[in-house]
Ligand binder design. Structure first.
Ligand SMILES: [Zn+2]
Length: 475
């Protein structure tokens, strides 16, 4: 083989082969498999069910919510996922008679930490002007066949690969009738005892122009709720004393997604973080995950078009109304789905975030203690001015290592010795850094370089297992 004509090629190839691919390289290669054509077909198929209203037919083979949910489940099964329908019989303000509401769910079980779960959702149900009209054609192309296409396409791309954590793909029903499917799946997740690292909810992600002609196809909005308060008086008191006004796990998922888009410049999409749970006066299924104490964010387009959602199909005064497929921007949808796919990959590959603690009142130094969540994981220290939007790494020159301490205490939240609350804790002294002036945080990093979202060292800022709110606050 010496001196063969192929030698230069071999020489070029071997250093690359010896180096394991970085997370950025692996995400970049993976998201390139996201197919615009397949998502066009998904949205066409979903529109073809005529209406997908939650109160429409469950038995008709071709029209209505039942046929569409069965089709979505079939698509998830076809790529080899374990599938199920999570259902409940519901009645309420927008459901006058008890009605079966079912979600199509696919599960990609993690190879190492199956209980750490990231969930992508979109809603399959659709509506027109009258939210109770279950018979008129309601194509729901952008709202929210676009989100269901994100669920199905990310499943097609990622199901070929293996990840340490679990990914759940779900097409939810009943959103327009009151976030019914979101509640069913969030309750299911809680009953299963899943540690939900994040819910990525995609609702209206496939248009780029508003009715006033304003267009933006380079930005996606990510909505995230602030601190988890949920009726816990002691948490409110601790936040008043120690800070955390801007540090919920959901908000750190938002920061994580913002950085992730910057790490993948090839996809051509920026994140605009919106620091509120949802659009003004409006809602989405991620709220039901928040209600169960799980971190959750909503992806939505930069510019909404109000003539093309929740509208009867009609032309009025020369203006065309309705949520039809011809109004969608599929290259834009593809970019949003690429970001989602990379995020699912990153969140299912990284170890869960740690639960760091900061100390240092009345001191010129700050001490940060980080429990090691999973063996063989490293972690990184971060800080953020209280009025800054993004984390920065703590400069190495201020960090002094403390001895590693081992504590055998059970997990404070669950009372179990589950590897979360016991084991090694690493401490650092940050010389000359005043605890008053910063928020501190830490991330977990796997041996092959996957980094978790940053968890904040403030009350309620860690991701860890959730403590149920008092029932009086659970509405
Ligand atoms: Zn919607």
């Amino acid at each position: 083989m010496r001196r063969s004509a192929f030698l230069p090629l071999v020489l070029l190839a071997s250093p690359a082969a010896a180096q394991p691919a970085s997370p950025e390289q692996r995400m970049g290669a993976t998201v390139n498999e996201v197919s615009q054509q397949r998502m066009v077909r998904d949205v066409q198929k979903l529109v073809s069910f005529g209406t997908r209203h939650t109160l429409s037919s469950q038995t008709d083979k071709r029209r209505g919510i039942g046929a569409s949910v069965r089709w979505a489940e079939g698509e998830l099964k076809r790529v080899g996922l374990q599938t199920l329908q999570t259902c409940d019989t519901v009645s309420g303000r927008r459901v006058p008679t008890p009605t079966r509401v079912c979600n199509a769910v696919g599960i990609q079980r993690g190879t190492e930490r199956p209980n750490d779960v990231v969930i992508i959702t979109g809603h399959i149900d659709s509506r027109v002007t009258d939210v109770m009209n279950a018979t008129a054609d309601a194509p729901g192309a952008n709202d929210d066949a676009s989100g269901v296409a994100a669920v199905l396409e990310s499943a097609r791309v990622l199901s070929k690969r293996k990840f340490p954590g679990t990914i759940v793909y779900a097409a939810l029903s009943g959103e327009e009738q009151g976030l019914l499917g979101g509640k069913i799946l969030a309750d299911y997740a809680k009953a299963q005892g899943w540690n939900v690292v994040a819910n990525l909810n995609n609702d209206i992600i496939g248009n780029s122009c508003g009715s006033d002609g304003v267009c933006n196809d380079r930005v996606v909005r990510v909505f995230s709720e602030g601190p988890r308060w949920q009726g816990r008086e002691e948490l409110a008191a601790a936040q008043r004393s120690l800070g955390g006004e801007n540090d919920s796990p959901s908000r750190n998922i938002s920061r994580f997604l913002d950085r992730l888009a910057e790490r993948l410049p090839g996809i051509g999409l920026d994140v605009m973080q919106v620091w509120r749970n949802d659009r003004f006066g409006r809602g989405g299924d991620h709220t039901e995950f928040l209600n169960n104490g799980f971190p959750a964010v909503r992806f939505s387009v930069a510019v909404e078009n109000y003539d093309q959602q929740h509208q009867d199909l009609r032309t009025e005064g020369g203006k065309v109304y309705g949520d039809t497929i011809d109004k969608m921007d599929f290259p834009y949808l593809t970019k949003v789905v690429k970001l989602n796919t990379a995020a699912l990959m990153a969140l299912a590959s990284a170890p869960p975030p740690p639960e760091p603690k900061a100390e240092g009142a009345v001191s010129t130094d700050t001490t940060v203690k980080v429990p090691v969540v999973v063996p063989a994981t490293d972690h990184r220290l971060y800080r953020r001015r209280t009025d800054a939007s993004q984390w920065e790494r703590v400069p190495q020159n201020v960090v002094q290592d403390l001895a590693v301490t081992v504590r055998e205490t059970p997990n404070a939240a669950t009372g179990r010795r589950d590897g979360r609350g016991s084991g090694a804790t690493v401490g650092y002294v940050l010389k000359g850094v005043r605890v008053d002036d910063w928020v501190f945080g830490a991330s977990s990093v796997s041996a092959d370089g996957w980094e978790s979202p940053v968890a904040s060292a403030v009350p309620g800022g860690a991701f860890g297992p959730y403590v149920a709110p008092p029932s009086s606050a659970a509405k």
